[in-house]
Design a protein around this ligand. Structure first.
Ligand code: DP6
Length: 420
């Protein structure tokens, strides 16, 4: 190792993902081994992602981490497990330009600085831990020159947060539950990349909620302990659904995809209700969105939009194509118009071209939206303020390295957060 006080850094960006066949329940809490396989779609990192810079320097005297600019503790077991797993696989690293040479054994003594930033509100319940742990593992693997492939890295990210393992790939991803006691075969594999089914458009409704939700970790522990439906789901229902879902994805069979996605979301929330005491993640707004989508799908005679809800009230709506997404956004804005003081630009985020296709430029256009034909007047009430904002996005790619130094979150000389 060179004696100088050099800093070596890597910056990466990792997407978040939304499960269409849900992971709910662990058979091993420490290793984070699930009771069933799950399948997710990766969301476009342009709209929802985590950026992480990891740095190593002989001048660092402890491992430190900053999340969205604020220092957080790395003391938790999940961080410690990920760091331990990665350090044990680190290899020699040489940067001839900077005159840096790190040997495999040096990694046990060297300390790390980690800075992470989400391009979406961390508290909005949008799987920030999935993107976060995936990015931590991916960027450290690059820094420390790990030889493991992406699936093997996913088994490390899994130990940070289960759903994080699926964020190591783009497109549609399956987390295989595995059989081994040590979790070595509980990892993610890519089913298809993001180009395979690129007609799909995803609109997320970030629903207003005052309720403090039960964390996924606590919720699933209680479900495992008390819900008989969870056991039936894991043994009988999910294995068949996984096969059908893989087929639907391979064949671009939207009807089957939507039917399975909605049914699985509903069963996951039924398991939550079957838990003692029951867990309520969805609220009235979530239920309303389900009713609108169901009614629209039924009126057309085949599914146009699929819905899925994680451990919170936000709706993730998957439209079969752009035309349907445009009609979906019109319907959503009809029922959930922004408050008069809300700027449309901050009410519809992400891919705003869908808003333009929908012919919506301002409040006047929203007020002029017609009543959707499948709705009768009695249920045509509007719920302004019940949705905080919408994000228009699509299936996206997996982790990438950002070589542009200006994207780094740590100062290349001090190794401290740039804004500090
Ligand atoms: C409802 O991955 O957040 O989003 O493994 O305890 O960190 P831990 O839980 P987490 O759970 C996600 C649950 C879910 C469904 C899913 O993403 O499959």
């Amino acid at each position: 190792m060179a004696a100088e006080k050099w800093v070596l850094m890597v910056t990466a960006q990792t997407p978040t993902n939304i499960a269409v066949i849900k992971y709910w329940g662990k058979r091993d809490e420490t290793l984070i081994l699930p009771v069933n396989d799950s399948i997710s779609v990766t969301l476009d990192p342009d709209h929802l992602c985590t950026t992480t810079t990891v740095a190593v320097s002989p001048s660092f005297d402890q491992d430190r981490m900053w999340l969205n600019g604020k220092e957080i503790s790395l003391g938790g077991g999940r961080y410690q497990n990920c760091l331990k797993e990665i350090r044990s696989r680190a290899c020699d690293v040489e940067d001839t330009e900077k005159g840096i040479k790190i040997e495999k054994k040096d990694w046990q003594k060297l300390h790390l600085h980690i800075a992470s930033f989400n391009n979406f509100p961390t508290a909005a319940g949008l799987a920030s831990s999935a993107a976060g742990f995936a990015c931590l593992v991916f960027s450290l693997a690059k820094l420390m020159n790990l030889k493991e492939n992406q699936s093997q890295l996913s088994a490390i990210a899994r130990q940070g947060s289960g759903s994080a393992c699926r964020s190591l790939f783009g497109g549609f991803v399956k987390w295989i539950l595995g059989k081994e006691g040590n979790g070595s075969d509980s990892l993610a594999v890519q089913l298809v990349d993001e180009e395979h089914w690129n007609d799909l458009v995803i609109i997320i409704a970030v629903v207003s909620s005052r309720q403090k939700e039960t964390s996924s970790t606590t919720g699933m522990r209680e479900s495992v302990e008390t819900s008989l439906l969870l056991q039936h789901r894991a043994k009988e229902v999910v294995p068949k659904r996984i096969v059908q879902m893989e087929e639907a994805i391979q064949n671009h069979d939207f009807s089957s995809f939507a039917q399975l996605t909605c049914a699985d979301s509903n069963q996951f929330h039924a398991v939550c209700l079957d838990t003692s005491p029951p867990i309520f993640y969805m609220n009235d707004t979530s239920h309303r969105i389900i009713s609108y989508v169901e009614r629209w799908n039924r009126s057309v005679g085949s599914p146009q939009v699929a819905y899925t809800f994680d451990a919170g009230p936000n709706a993730v709506l998957i439209a079969r194509n752009r035309k349907i997404a445009t009609e979906l956004l019109q319907r959503l804005l009809f029922f959930f118009p922004p408050n008069s003081e809300t700027d449309l630009n901050s009410y519809v985020l992400g891919d705003k071209s869908i808003l333009r296709d929908a012919g919506i430029d301002g409040m006047k256009d929203i007020e002029a939206l017609p009543l959707p034909p499948e709705i009768n007047n009695i249920s045509a009430q509007k719920y302004s303020g019940d949705v905080n904002y919408f994000i228009c996005t699509r299936p996206g790619g997996g982790p990438v390295l950002l070589s542009d130094d200006s994207k780094a979150l740590l100062n290349p000389k001090s190794g401290l957060p740039k804004e500090a």
